[in-house]
Design a protein around this ligand. Structure first.
Ligand SMILES: [Zn+2]
Length: 67
């Protein structure tokens, strides 16, 4: 299982963490969290910024050690 912190993927000082076995599982949890907690960021998201976010997330996921 890996844990990704919202603050690692652009969430600023947000303390939310999402854990899961697969990148897609955690990506979905982070997306659901963002819809609620970072609605302003979600509203401003563009296809380009979403693609950048996904790239950042995938890189972070690959670099994060399983626990
Ligand atoms: Zn957050």
């Amino acid at each position: 299982m890996k844990t990704i912190k919202c603050s690692q993927v652009g969430g600023g000082t947000c303390t939310f963490e999402a854990s899961g076995e697969t990148a897609d599982e955690v990506r979905t949890k982070m997306g659901e969290h963002a819809q609620v907690a970072h609605a302003d960021m979600v509203a401003k998201a563009t296809p380009e910024s979403m693609a950048e976010w996904n790239t950042m997330f995938d890189k972070l996921w690959a670099e994060t050690a399983s626990a």
